[in-house]
Every structure is written in structure tokens, then in C-alpha cells.
Design a protein around this ligand. Structure first.
Ligand SMILES: [Cu+2]
Length: 165
């Protein structure tokens, strides 16, 4: 009986260990502070933000996305065009090995186009990010009111919206 219990415990531990190793080996990507902008009923579009950390040994390239709340999901950036800030679709976003990238208001964001449901605070949006190497990952973003969207603390150095420093 005791021996059986020991075997069971050993099995459980090795299963957990191999699960962790697999998870780390497969992705090496971490998402923090994933949030999506709550929108009033009838709104057509919204956006999602997060910090993506690439703990892999190689650069990654995000090439497409889809979500469970929009017909079309695109990567956008804000750029100065003819003296005015406007947002543009970007075909892909690269993150070098060991680097992190902030998706934030005024910068890179995931654009949710053609909302198929209301984005209510307290609920979540599921976003699938597809990588050039064939991998994909799911981001669960908390829907929050626009004034609750966090500006990432890790960046801001080149951000017009940040405070003086
Ligand atoms: Cu946009």
C-alpha cells in the first residue's frame, strides 16, 4: 500500500516536471497585462494591449491574429503621417531574442475590427497570435474601461505620451 502510494507520488511529480519542461520548450513566450478596451454597444472596433516577452533563443515574428469577438484582427501601429498621428496596419511584428515589446495605446496594438459582441468590463477576449515559425499562442485579455488600461512601466522612453524624464 505504502509502496503504491510512493509510486503514485513519483509519477505525479515526473508528470508535472515534464509538463513544465514542455511548456517552456515549446513557447518561451510570456504575455503580461493583457487588456482589451471596453466599448459601448454598437461600437464597431476595439483594441487590445499587452507586453510580450520573448524568452526564446531566437527572434520571433508575429504574422497574424484572430479573436473570438471580431471579424478581422490586425496588428496596428501609430505613425506620424503628414504631420499627424494615424494608425496603420503592419504586416508583421518582430521581437528579438530576449526582448520584450509593449502593445499600448499610441503604439503597437491588436486591432479588433468588426466586433461581433459587446465588450463588457469584467469579461475576456481571446486572441490567437500566429508566429512565422508555425507556432501560435492564445492571449486572454481582460476587458477594462479605457481609463483603466495600463501603460507598461517597462517602456515609455520613446513614447510621446509618457511623462517628462
Ligand atoms: Cu488600430
Amino acid at each position: 500500500m505504502f509502496k503504491q502510494l510512493l509510486t503514485f507520488v513519483t509519477l505525479t511529480i515526473s508528470t508535472l516536471l515534464s509538463f513544465n519542461a514542455t511548456a517552456a520548450g515549446n513557447m518561451g513566450l510570456m504575455i503580461m497585462d493583457a487588456q482589451a478596451r471596453a466599448m459601448p454597444p454598437g461600437a464597431k472596433n476595439s483594441a487590445a494591449y499587452f507586453t510580450l516577452m520573448n524568452h526564446k533563443q531566437e527572434a520571433i515574428s508575429l504574422i497574424s491574429a484572430k479573436s473570438d469577438v471580431s471579424k478581422v484582427t490586425e496588428f496596428h501601429n501609430h505613425l506620424m503621417i503628414d504631420g499627424a498621428m494615424s494608425m496603420r496596419k503592419v504586416p508583421s511584428i518582430d521581437v528579438a531574442a530576449g526582448e520584450s515589446l509593449d502593445f499600448q495605446p499610441g503604439g503597437f496594438h491588436v486591432m479588433l475590427i468588426g466586433l461581433t459582441k459587446n465588450l463588457k468590463p469584467g469579461e475576456q477576449v481571446s486572441i490567437q497570435l500566429n508566429l512565422a515559425n508555425g507556432e501560435s499562442m492564445i492571449v486572454k485579455a481582460d476587458i477594462v474601461m479605457p481609463d483603466e488600461i495600463k501603460m507598461p512601466s517597462t517602456s515609455g522612453k520613446h513614447d510621446k505620451h509618457s511623462m517628462n524624464h
